[in-house]
Each structure stands twice: as C-alpha cells, then as structure tokens.
Design a protein around this ligand. Structure first.
Ligand code: SF4
Length: 693
C-alpha cells in the first residue's frame, strides 16, 4: 500500500465512528476531516485525544506470562507466549471437550477481527461458546428489530434524516455526552421546526435541549410507550391505511395498549398525565416521527419488549418504512453493529445468519472448507458464559479480546471471581486492563491507527480505517495472533493476517445473508466514504434506507409486538429502598480501560461519583462531595456524593467507567432479558448511606 503523509481513518471509540485524519509527521495529533458526512470534522474530547494511547509506557509493548497462579506477570517472547496459549487450549479441549474452551470478543473489534474470531472458535477450537460484550450493548434493540422487521440494522436510515423529521423521541439516550458531534442533528431538527422529546430519569445535557422532557422511574419506559400508544389510539391518530397495508398483529397490540390507560401509566412511571397527553399529541400529529432508543431503554430484563412497545407506537402512526420516519437504536460501541453481524455472537454466523439455519450453515461451511455437520450449534450468551467460568460444565480456558468484563460485566465482583477460577485466561488487549491483570497470558495488540480494517457505524455504513502509523516492535494484530494460534493447533490455512484478505473472505461468507457485504470492497469504501449494507453486488448502490417497499419478514409486513408492562427483576423494598441507574460521562468511555489512561480526559472526569437529589441527600444526611456507600444485594461501592436537582428523588446514578471501590458494576443485577439475554444494567435496588472518608 502506498502511504501519503496524511491518512484518512476513524475514531477508535463510539459507534458514530467520526472521520479523522492522521499525519505520520505529527503522530500525537488528530486532524479534522470535514468532508466525512457523519461528523463533518467535529470530534469530541475522546476522539481528539485518542493518540495519547499510542505512546510507549501507556500501552503494552510485549507479551506477558504468569508462571504460577498468584505469581507475577513477566515479560515473554511471542513464540513462548503463543506456545503456552496453544498448549493450554489443546489440553483443555482434550481433557474436557471443545465446549470447555471459550472465546469472548468485543464490540470494538473490526469486522475482520470479529469474523476471524468466530471462524477460529468454530473451525479451530470447535467450541459453541463464543460471545462478546456487544451482548451487553444493543442486543435487546437487535432482538426487537428482528421480531418487528425481520432484520436488525441499528438505524434503518442515515443520521442525516433526523433533522428532517417532524418529531424525534430519544428514549434513554444521552448523545450530548456519549456522542457530542451528533448533537448537531438535534440542533438542525429544532431549526427546521421539528420537536424533540427526551425520555430519561435524569435531566441530562440532552434533555436540556428538548421541547419536552419526560422523567419516568427507571424501568418505566415500557409502560410509557404503551401509555402513549393508548392515547394515540384514543385520539384517533392511528394511520389505519398503513396498519392495514403494511403490518400484522395490530388488534392484539391495541388490546394491550388499551389496558395502559393514562392514570395507570402515571402511577407506574411517575410521569404526569398531562405530559403523557402532550407527548402523544406531539408524536401522533407530526408529519413524520422517529424514535431512537439507547441503553437506558434497552438494558433491562424487559429490554426487548420495551423496544417492541416503542416500535408498536411507530407502526401504529405509520412512522416506519418511509423517509424521515422510523425506529432506530443508537448503537454504543465503535463496531457494535458490525461486531454482531459476522459471527462472534453465540447464535450467529457471518452475514447475520442464524447458526441454527441448515442453509446458512451449508453456505458458511462451504466458504470455510469444512463439513457443515462439524460446525457447533449456539453457545452460551455473554453473561451466562462468564457466570459458568471454571464451573462444572462451563468454560475452563478463555481467549478474550477487546473487552474488560472485570469492570464492565454486571455483578462484576462475581465475574472477577469466575475469571480467577479459570485454568487458563488469555487476554489480547492494547493496555493492561483490570481483566488483563487477572490473565495467565497477555498478548499486546495493535490499535486503530496502526492497522487496516473496516467497521460498520450505527447507520449500517461500512467504513474503512487505514493504517497511518507503525506499531511498536513487540505488538501484533489479533489477525496475526489467530493465524499463529491456528497453525499451532493444526490449521495452517484459512487465517490470513492481512485485513483486506480477511474482508474478501467475509464478503463471500456474507453473500446472500441479511447483512450482505458482497458488493463492498476497500477501494469502494474509500472512494464513497462508506457503503451502506445490504450491498449484494459491486453495481448495487448500497441501502441507506431500509424497508421503503417491504419489511424483511416472510410476508413483507412489519409485526406488532403486543407487549405488556411488567416490573423489573428487582424493585425497591424496605431494605434497598432506592433505584440505582448507571451510565456514561462525556470524558470517559465504557470500562475506562483506555480513557482512564489519557491525562486530559482524567482531568475532566477523574473518578466515580454518586448523583443524588438534594431532598434525598438532606433526608440521608449526605453532604456534597462527601463519601457515600451504595449497597445492593450483590455488593457495595463507595464514591463521593454529587448532589443535583437533575435526578429523581427516588433514584441515584453512578457512571460505570471505574474499577476499585467505586465500581458501579459491583452493584448491578445480572437478571437477563428472556429473548436477548441482555442483563439488567440500568436498574437495581440499593440503599445509600454516608460513610467516613
Ligand atoms: S463522538 Fe464517538 S466517534 Fe466521535 S470522536 Fe467522540 S468518541 Fe469518537
């Protein structure tokens, strides 16, 4: 590849995948790339400071090994580290069977890495047990999307549609902190005369921008959506023609919604009836309307049904399958979309194919050159896989890439114990994360600026990160690691270390699947600044807007979910009288493994805190800035109080980016959604008390 001085690439963090430019002559600096349409040059502090992690001393620069349990990690050569990993995986397989070996991936891995990780698990290890941290991200939205539309793409339309809708509802989404360059779309919406409704238990920076802020109790989003559907029906705002022509199942959905009358919904959610009526009118009378959910609505044991209820509201009002209207999910992780399309999810094969579909198995097996009968079936979902580590019948040797569950998993204290119980833990990461510190072998890997690869942003736009800088001598890409491990385990072909070669195979594996990338190649992505899937042939223009003519169901019609409200897995009680909800702050990202190492970001967001209402603080005798303990049935966290009128008096909030005493996920509840297997991160019952410093 010929390299010019400045190279076009994308931010390593969130799903907006902002375009940026790097110059080999100025490796510590990020340059704007105003022509990239999604962010038009704007970057948040995380993207602007991303090169800080390229520096030596911050990141890993050679493999590490632990010689004995409890002993220290020491430097090792690549051959020694890889030999240890291969021998450990082979031994576990031989002694306990292939499903005793597990793989845990990440929503930040490129499409090529996610694809090859899935192939490695199924072809080389022969294990069913591969899943990834994206299960903790958008899996409820994905499940609801598939149930309603027959296809899951986070946004079925480009972000550029948002300013042109009549009414936008953001549910449990705070883009002003999580993806600030996207706020431009909200401002343009308001300038165009569109209305913005924000649903959030906290008055966030995004809620400050809204025409109407609904502030339900945590866990109230499902009842709220049903209450709005009730009012839309009662006010005669149903688009009968659309419902008749393009949907099925409305009668059952209507019956369910009619059982959620306004004063009942006010009692469940705490949102006053007059606000419900105002929201229903704004939404139902708008020329077009969009609902976007994020983790606040989705990370619940009823997340799939909650998203289903919001989709039902869109369908009833005819706000799907036409421009400037529809339901979408604001995906979180950088490649949360692509990461779930190409085979690192327990139930999926590349191209968003079901691993249980015989035709899908035959297609992928032919590309991989294996017998379809030898492909494993579906394995355990992310939390179930972690919960079973080291247990009878569970995984005993785990290869983990691009994830930090010791901080980011629910009930993280328990998950850390399970990680310690493994016979072999191998972590591939660019920094010594809290999970890497528990590992027997740590493999240092390249980062975004040092490698080629594609990701798929929250719009379904496949984009290209180009290698702009050279990695340190002791660092390798995950693709190279997988090739070396496969060879040591007896598979010498089919694991190229070059990203473009992997993508070419991915194209063939995805061909004919829901997420069809067959018509996309690196040159085309670079020339067009991204291509929207499905794109089945090189001549196909790509698909920025889905469902305009038909939905992806067998009969082409969208399906109403017809769901009903139910309580959370854990509601407040005498012993644990408050709700805890968790989330992100502007200057940190996910488990913080990367952003906590960036001085500018740490200065802006130096540590955890417990946000609570002034009335609650006064009742509990808690002063601003003083330490408080938050206790749930699973654990305890201690952090300074931050007193704020922006939160409900019955709820406390903790950001989840930190390890140690302030680890929010010491408290969270791993109760799972029955469809998506999403844990209930966003709600558990706690008690709060002042403690000594
Ligand atoms: S909004 Fe997301 S993609 Fe854009 S710079 Fe910030 S973290 Fe990176």
């Amino acid at each position: 590849m010929t390299r010019t001085a400045a190279t076009d690439t994308h931010c390593p963090y969130c799903a907006l995948q902002c375009g940026m430019r790097l110059d080999r002559a100025r490796p510590g600096e990020v340059l704007e790339r105003p022509e990239f349409p999604v962010n038009r040059g704007a970057l948040c502090a995380k993207g602007r400071t991303a090169p800080a992690l390229l520096a030596r001393g911050v990141r890993l620069d050679g493999p590490l090994l632990r010689d004995a349990p409890g002993g220290p990690l020491r430097a090792a050569s690549w051959p020694e580290a890889l030999d240890r990993v291969a021998a450990g995986l082979a031994r576990t397989r031989a002694e306990h069977g292939p499903d005793a070996v597990g793989v845990f991936g990440g929503g930040g891995l490129t499409n090529e890495k996610a694809y090859l990780l899935g192939k490695f698990a199924r072809v080389v290890l022969g294990t069913a047990n591969i899943d990834y941290n994206g299960r903790f991200c958008m899996s409820s939205a994905a499940a609801a999307h598939r149930r309603a539309f027959g296809l899951d793409r986070g946004l079925p339309f480009p972000l550029a549609d948002v300013p042109h809708t009549g009414c936008l509802v953001l549910v449990g989404a705070n883009p002003a902190e999580t993806m600030p360059p996207a706020v431009r779309y909200l401002r343009e919406l308001r300038e165009n005369g569109g209305r913005l409704i924000v649903v959030d238990p906290r008055r966030t920076r995004t809620a400050e921008l809204a025409d109407l802020h609904l502030q339900p109790r945590p866990g109230g989003d499902l009842a709220l959506a049903l209450g709005l559907l009730h009012l839309v029906i009662a006010d005669g705002l149903v688009d009968e023609e659309f419902v008749e022509r393009r949907t099925t199942g409305f009668d059952a959905a209507r019956a369910s919604a009619m059982a959620h009358w306004p004063d009942r919904v006010e009692r469940i959610t705490g949102v006053p009836e007059h606000q419900l009526r105002e929201a229903a009118r704004m939404f139902g009378e708008a020329s077009t309307a969009i609902v976007l959910t994020a983790r606040g609505a989705e990370q619940h044991s009823k997340g799939t049904d909650t998203v289903g209820a919001w989709i039902d509201l869109c369908l009833a009002t005819g706000n799907c399958g036409r421009p400037y209207a529809g339901y979408g999910c604001l995906t979180g992780q950088g490649n949360g979309q692509g990461g779930r399309e190409h085979g690192q999810k327990a139930d999926q094969l590349p191209g968003y194919r079901s691993i249980e579909d015989p035709a899908a198995r035959r297609h992928v097996a032919a590309v991989w050159g294996v017998d379809p009968d030898n492909l494993p079936g579906p394995g355990r979902s992310a939390y179930e896989l972690l919960d079973g580590l080291g247990q009878p019948g569970g995984v005993r040797a785990l290869l983990l890439a691009g994830s930090n569950p010791a901080v980011s998993a629910p009930d993280a204290g328990h998950v850390s114990q399970r990680l310690r119980a493994l016979d072999l833990l191998v972590v591939a990461d660019l920094v010594l994360s809290e999970t890497a510190r528990l590992a027997d072998v740590v493999l240092p890997v390249t980062q975004w600026a040092e490698e080629d690869g594609t990701t798929t942003n929250l719009e379904g736009r496949v984009i290209l990160r180009r290698r702009a800088l050279d990695p340190p001598e002791g660092v390798r890409s995950e693709l190279w690691v997988l090739r070396e491990l496969a060879a040591r385990l007896g598979v010498v072909e089919g694991f190229p270390a070059e990203a473009e070669a992997v993508f070419e195979e991915l194209r063939r594996a995805s061909a004919g699947g829901d997420a069809d990338y067959a018509g996309i190649d690196y040159a085309r992505i670079a020339a067009e600044d991204g291509v929207f899937w499905p794109c089945p042939t090189p001549e196909h223009p790509g698909t920025p807007r889905l469902f305009l003519d038909r939905f992806a169901t067998p009969d082409g019609r969208a399906r109403f979910a017809a769901v009903t409200h139910r309580p959370a897995a854990e509601e407040p009680c005498e012993e644990y009288p408050l709700y805890l909800t968790t989330g992100r702050v502007l200057a940190q990202y996910q488990s913080g493994a990367q952003t906590r190492r960036v001085a500018e970001l740490n200065a802006a967001a130096p540590g955890p805190y417990v946000e609570l209402h002034p009335g609650l603080a006064a009742r509990l005798g808690i002063a601003d800035g003083r330490p408080v303990a938050v206790t749930s049935r699973r654990g305890r966290a201690v952090a300074p109080a931050r007193i704020s009128g922006a939160i409900r008096p019955d709820t406390v909030f903790m950001p989840f980016h930190w390890a140690g005493a302030g680890r929010a996920n010491s408290l969270t509840n791993p109760a799972l959604d029955p469809v998506s297997r999403m844990p209930e991160f966003k709600l558990c019952a706690v008690r709060v008390e002042a403690v000594d410093a």
